[in-house]
Design a protein. Structure first.
Length: 551
């Protein structure tokens, strides 16, 4: 269905990737993974025909394969409505109906003309296919599954949130019934209900899909093969199975390489010591006697030492030598010990949140977070999760009730919109503003968050979403916060960075309240789960209990 052969892409002198080859067969779901910046989106754009490769080729079987491409961000045309975006076929349908009327006149004049009959039949077939795509029974389940069924078709697309635009683009793609899906982070801005709906839809999708996603549970549930982009080798390698199977395979290979490398080091040291001992013995023999026979013997020993030295050199230069496993440059976080907080870090009493007293988003919230707990807040998009976090942080006044922070609780907020960063600063200036550090100490600190070299001088507006998220987290750590309020903190992080983030959170001895839709993260991180449902917030021990309660 899709064959990518020896693709290489350069931007000027900058190499993005080289000699990437992959096949996607009918019915396959392939996950494309790798750290941010390794070329995943570029590869999808090349396959979709939106960019040209520097070398290599892309081919489809059949050549007229219907391709559906979802980029990371949907930017609707100016003035477009939700209906225009969802049903671009409507205008084409109107044009085809006009063509059909013209062809019917020709057919009436030349009923025996084979070309007129064929043209009429082909146009009628296209009209029937497009008509099916815009019928409610075709599009309705997709819109409902993605939480868009409440949007009026005449709603201006420009006023939608970023998450709604992403889901709108995904809905448009699925409605069009492509044969090959190219999805670039389709899980961004999807709540767990929508994620599970999409997994079910893909399971019944008769075509093939190539999916870029940082959602590891989504990959485990949907793909049967993983293609991993390597930012060091700048190429790609294929692994059978989902994300967990890929991690297991990579871990086993890495452990084997470490074992072989350690054995090799032992052998090199043995050979080196053997050379040194043999050479030292020859020198001692030669210096200890003036007897010609003994000196000749000493020279033979020295010759033997030289032979062993040559053997060592050949071993060191051998292509069979195992290279030391390289440390992958992933996000290194160290959320150091913070000042202990109060026993109860946060209490919410009869709290109501929202913007209209007549129509609060959530009411009657009575919940307590104890020091050291890690709470994940779940719920559908638009139910008030972000508003609750902003109310706790004092950015939105409560409509009713009270919020109590422990006496020694110091809260820090990482917003979903990343709007707490100063657009006029760079990373170094931001850290120096909040921490008592020298410039050298601040640069060393930022290096742990992947800001190396001149990266620390890049202005905030020029940073990627992932870079901004890392900087915001770094600032919370630098300020010594012992209650972290995190609104989708890993939404724009690649898989390696998410895993480092999880390990950092596990070692953080403060308290965390986080809105997260990554189920892999939730299952491994949360000590309790809050769910915004039925107009309030309920607490559960874990996500399994959440599913049982909602099921």
């Amino acid at each position: 269905m899709l064959a990518v052969s020896q693709l290489t892409k350069r931007y000027g002198s900058t190499l993005v990737f080289r000699n990437v080859s992959l096949l996607v067969n009918p019915g396959e779901r392939v996950g494309l993974i790798g750290p941010n910046g390794c070329g995943k989106s570029t590869l999808l754009r090349i396959i979709a025909g939106e960019e040209t490769p520097s070398a290599g080729s892309v081919s489809f079987t059949p050549p007229d394969l219907r391709i559906g491409y979802l980029p990371q961000g949907l930017e609707p045309p100016p003035g477009a409505t939700v209906g225009d975006v969802l049903y671009p076929q409507a205008r084409a349908l109107a044009a085809l109906e006009a063509d059909l009327e013209r062809l019917s006149v020709q057919l009436a004049d030349r009923p025996e003309d084979p070309s007129a009959v064929a043209a009429y039949a082909a146009t009628l077939d296209r009209i029937e296919r497009l008509s099916r795509l815009i019928q409610p029974e075709t599009s309705g389940p997709i819109l409902a599954g993605l939480g868009l069924d409440g949007l009026a078709l005449d709603t201006p697309a420009a006023i939608l949130s970023g998450g709604q635009k992403t889901r709108l683009g995904l809905a448009r793609l699925l409605i069009a019934a492509p044969q090959l899906l190219l999805l670039d982070e389709p899980t961004n801005h999807l709540d767990i209900t929508a994620l599970e709906w999409l997994e079910g839809w893909l399971a019944s999708f008769p075509g093939a899909a190539l999916i870029v996603s940082h959602d590891r549970t989504f990959l485990d549930q949907t793909v049967t093969r993983v293609v991993a982009m390597d930012p060091v080798e700048m190429t790609a390698q294929s692994y059978t199975g989902g994300y967990t199977a890929y991690i297991d395979a990579v871990t086993r290979a890495r452990e084997k390489q470490w074992a072989q490398w350690r054995d090799q080091i032992v052998e090199i040291e043995r050979l080196r010591h053997d050379v040194e001992r043999t050479m030292a013995r020859a020198v001692r023999k030669e210096n200890a006697t003036k007897n010609d026979r003994q000196r000749r013997y000493a020279k033979k020993v020295a010759k033997k030492a030289k032979a062993k030295e040559k053997r060592l050199e050949r071993y060191l230069e051998s292509e069979e030598r195992v290279e030391k496993p390289r440390q992958t440059w992933q996000m290194k976080l160290d959320l150091a010990a913070v000042e202990p907080g109060s026993r109860d870090a946060l209490r919410l009493v009869d709290l109501a949140v929202g913007y209209d007293p007549a129509a609060p988003l959530l009411t009657g919230i009575n919940q307590t977070i104890h020091a050291g707990e890690r709470i994940v807040l779940l719920g559908p998009n638009g139910c008030g999760k972000t508003t609750l976090l902003r109310t706790i942080m004092g950015e939105v006044p409560p409509l009713a009730g009270s919020i109590y922070l422990g006496p020694s609780t110091r809260a820090g907020y990482l917003s979903q919109e990343q709007d707490t960063l100063d657009a006029y600063e760079n990373a170094l200036e931001a850290v120096l503003d909040v921490a008592t550090q020298s410039e050298t100490e601040a640069r060393t600190f930022l290096h742990c968050y992947l800001f190396s070299g001149d990266d620390v001088f890049v202005p905030v507006p020029e940073l990627s979403y992932g870079e901004r998220a890392r900087l915001m987290l770094a600032l919370l750590v630098a300020q010594g916060c012992n209650l972290l309020i995190l609104d989708e903190p890993i939404n724009h992080l690649d898989v390696p960075s998410r895993e480092r983030f999880e390990r950092a959170m596990s070692s953080f001895d403060g308290t965390v309240l986080a809105v997260v839709h990554d189920r892999y993260f939730v299952d491994r991180f949360a000590t309790r789960v809050w769910v915004a449902e039925s107009g309030t917030v309920h607490a559960y021990l874990d996500r399994a209990e959440t599913r049982a309660a909602s099921g």
